[in-house]
Design a protein around this ligand. Structure first.
Ligand code: 26Q
Length: 797
């Protein structure tokens, strides 16, 4: 045990030492940035102990390791979270105060590591933290993008993107490992030598490791996040340079620099870009070479690989792992093809995150064969092996069809387990996405409902509520979230409700100050904070939300709302730069906000705010302040959602459809604590079968007609009345995501919300019940389940 009175002093000394000797700064003229760096190094120092201990134990006990391959890790900030996991929050506050600095404001200056688009990338980050918490020996493998997800700002209400630049500051969390590097090949041709196929790449780059330790709760275990940076294999063609051919001389450098330069910002529409395929292979090949190198350091029999190694593919992005592992085992290590295939398959798991057809990866065989000629041959061979092994396979099923490589089918065939990310989604993976493969491989598709880490998403981001929980049920809930059930015994207690109310109110006051200060909108912390924050996509139906805002505004102005509850409708989220419709919806929200917020007739009764550049840090600020969680996707489209879980944990009831993990949230929390509305996935399919569904729904709804009329007339774009003609026309005439069909039900559900909110006691009970019953959605539970069902790994703790 550390002596608590000593810790702050020791820390202070370490911070000062780093300031002086690591940063070379004199305390007398050190900036906040310098202090944050010095503090980060002092915290990093304290992670190294548990990190080495974990690594040593894994080697000594020859434990099976999990390798999580992901093109995205949406980490956010690290300092505050790592400090909390080490149990050093108070000590750091004291140490920083002693040098005249405020820990919280320093921590808030850390740039987000935004190496992901949204849910899938954030899930990978939560998993890394949970694997460290439960003691699952694991490595995350990803790409060290120089530029993470773009920064968003609004100009005249429109989204404008700017490059993100997190590495313009020193990243104090990583250890560069130039000695851990692998050569990655592309293109070229395949030669046959002594009956053996040999790939002779035409281009190469070097993948250089950068390691970030990830420490779990209470510092009991730490794993490694290993991110690869691309470097040229040949520095410079001096001969060409001397001949004056400067561009050609720098060619290898140019390829390397572009490879890990930037994260692709599309999260739903896949485009067959060659550079993306190269990025995917870059990550996967580097990871697999590293995995085999580590394995062969301690073992010699590659057939036993699956006993020691579990490799998880986060969606199909690293699905080239199947053929690449087969290639390494057979071409490089001499294993027979079928044995290599079975060995690879026994190691690999595949997680599917989407059913949207436009998001499924398919590569033209032309591109694939050009970039990865040897892999193209191996993919064909896997496909024909599978066809022969399963003669019942229908002719229209296959990995290579119509001159395309289907990455979903490839990942399915090459994995021993395939999983969806919520109960509903996993059923749909079986029934709609891979019905034939599921029939050929019964039991291969399983469900692993997502989760989120309660350390970041409750303990650290919501200190008032976390303190109340500890006061009420004692310590230990952070790593055993089912204990939150203990709160249920208190939800009818007036004192507890008041304390719960006070915690929420404190978070709302912080957010209303921030909104006033940063965006110049005055919002009352007593209003109902109704929040929809997530990436923009038509299926997520931000359009439904903003149209309902207009209906509510209209009703307020007409005096049609009796006893109105003041409301703040908060939006946040980015659209893919090429996604025109999503960008129009963003602009509409900003246009409506401008009109509504300037309307003296409604005053404080309705405010609409849309802070730009939603990211992990903004989520940590806004979610704890939410009264209501908007989870209103068209049923059958949201694979799981994880924001929904964060809101629930933080005591915000959901208004939502029966989609993704909402279904399980509803089952946990009960109908009386959830505002359910809308068509079910089955009804959605039926409804779509009627080509007139949109017109019929609009004609049946007077409020929706009014709303669409106002938008179409240019009520929110008077300087350009026809601005939203296209959008409104699409609602009338196609409405694929059934905004019109669900509008009345959503509007009515919002009415029920207002009624419930006005009854303070009832509302607080609902809110507290959401927290109390959120234990299932800890990512610790998810990870323990993967360990048992997919990875066959036992926790070291
Ligand atoms: C693919 C090819 C080329 C370029 C980009 C992509 C790409 C990138 C990111 C495709 C998809 C994504 C991200 C998908 C994603 O975030 N899905 C979400 O995953 C969450 C975690 O499981 C779920 O909770 C969400 O429901 C799901 O939408």
């Amino acid at each position: 045990m550390t002596d608590l009175s000593l810790t702050p002093n020791l820390l202070k000394a370490d911070i000062q030492r780093h300031l002086t000797y690591t940063l070379g700064k004199d305390a007398a003229n050190a900036s906040a940035y310098d202090w944050r760096m010095a503090l980060s190094y002092a915290i990093r120092d304290r992670i190294v102990g548990p990190w080495f201990a974990s690594t040593r134990r894994t080697w000594a006990e020859d434990r099976k390791r999990v390798y999580y391959l992901s093109m995205e890790f949406l980490i956010g900030r690290i300092l505050e979270d790592a400090t909390a996991n080490l149990g050093l929050t108070e000590a750091v506050e004291e140490a920083m105060a002693a040098v005249g600095q405020d820990f919280r404001s320093l921590a808030a200056e850390e740039p987000d590591a935004a190496l992901g688009n949204g849910g899938l990338g954030r899930l990978a980050a939560c998993f890394m933290e949970s694997m460290a918490t439960v003691g699952c020996p694991a490595y995350g493998y990803g790409i060290r993008y120089e530029h993470g997800l773009f920064r968003q700002r609004f100009e005249g209400g429109r989204q404008v993107e700017a490059p993100e630049d997190w590495l313009s500051q020193t990243n104090p969390w990583e250890f560069p490992r130039p000695e851990s590097a692998y050569t990655i090949g592309f293109k070229g041709h395949v030669e046959t030598r002594d009956g053996q196929e040999i790939w002779v790449p035409g281009e190469t780059v070097k993948a250089e490791a950068h390691d970030t330790p990830v420490v779990g709760w209470q510092g009991r275990w730490a794993n490694t996040l290993r991110l690869w940076a691309a470097k040229p294999t040949t520095l410079f063609d001096l001969e060409r340079f001397n001949r004056g051919d400067y561009a050609a001389a720098a060619e290898p450098e140019a390829l390397a620099r572009t490879l890990s330069r930037v994260l692709y910002p599309d999260d739903t529409t896949y485009q067959g870009k060659e550079l993306r395929l190269k990025q995917e292979f870059f990550l996967t090949s580097a990871a697999l070479q590293d995995i085999l190198r580590r394995y062969l350091d301690a073992h010699s029999d590659l057939k036993a690989l699956p006993k020691h190694v579990a490799i998880q593919m986060n969606d199909t992005h690293p699905a080239i792992a199947g053929p690449e592992l087969v290639r390494l085992l057979s071409d490089d290590h001499g294993m027979a093809f079928e044995e290599a295939l079975e060995t690879a398959r026994a190691c690999l798991g595949y997680t599917n995150h989407t059913l949207l057809p436009e998001a499924l990866e398919k590569w033209a065989t032309f591109t694939f064969g050009n970039v990865l000629p040897r892999h193209m041959q191996i993919v064909e061979r896997i496909d024909s092996w599978h066809r022969r092994a399963y003669p019942n396979r229908p002719h229209y099923v296959g990995i290579v069809k119509h001159h395309e490589v289907r990455m979903g089918e490839l990942a399915f065939v090459m994995a021993h387990k395939v999983n969806g990310v919520s109960a509903l989604h996993s059923d749909l993976v079986k029934q709609s996405l891979f019905p034939e493969l599921n029939r050929l491989h019964p039991g291969r598709v399983i469900n692993e409902t997502n989760g989120v880490t309660p350390r970041r998403w409750l303990k650290t981001c919501n200190r008032p509520l976390a303190a109340l929980i500890t006061d009420t049920i004692g310590e230990g809930w952070e790593a055993d979230l089912e204990r939150l059930r203990g709160l249920e015994a208190h939800v009818d207690d007036a004192g507890f409700r008041a304390a719960f109310d006070a915690a929420k109110r404190a978070n709302k006051a912080r957010v209303s100050d921030w909104i006033g200060r940063e965006f110049g909108v005055k919002v009352s912390p007593d209003a109902l904070f109704d929040v929809q924050v997530k990436r923009f996509h038509e299926y997520k139906r931000q359009l439904l939300n903003i149209l309902e805002c207009v209906a509510y505004w209209h009703a307020l102005r007409n005096g049609a709302v009796k006893n109105p509850v003041p409301r703040v409708r908060i939006f946040g989220g980015k659209a893919a730069p090429g996604y025109a419709v999503a960008k129009e919806i963003i602009r509409l929200i900003n246009d409506v906000a401008a009109v509504v917020n300037a309307d003296p007739q409604v005053g404080d009764l309705l405010k609409i705010v849309y802070p730009p550049n939603y990211n992990v840090s903004m989520a940590e600020r806004v979610i704890p302040a939410a009264d209501l969680s908007e989870q209103i996707s068209t049923a059958g489209k949201e694979a799981s959602g994880t924001g929904n879980m964060k809101f629930m944990m933080n005591g915000a009831p959901t208004i939502g459809t029966l989609d993704g993990a909402n279904v399980e949230i509803l089952a946990e929390v009960g109908e009386e604590n959830f505002f359910l509305f809308g068509l079910t996935a089955g009804q959605v399919a039926e409804r779509r079968a009627d080509p007139e569904h949109a017109r019929k729904a609009i004609e049946a709804s007077a409020p929706l007609q009014d709303v669409l009329q106002m938008v179409a007339e240019g009520r929110f774009s008077p300087e350009e009345p026809e601005r939203y003609h296209g959008l409104v026309h699409a609602v009338w005439h196609s409405d694929y995501f059934l905004v019109a069909s669900d509008f009345d039900a959503y509007h009515a559900a919002q009415g029920r919300v207002a009624e419930a909110f006005a009854d303070r006691g009832r509302w607080l009970r609902m809110a507290a019940m959401n927290t109390a019953r959120s234990g299932f959605f800890s990512s610790d539970r998810t990870i323990l389940s993967y360990m048992k069902d997919v990875w066959d790994v036992t926790p070291a703790l």
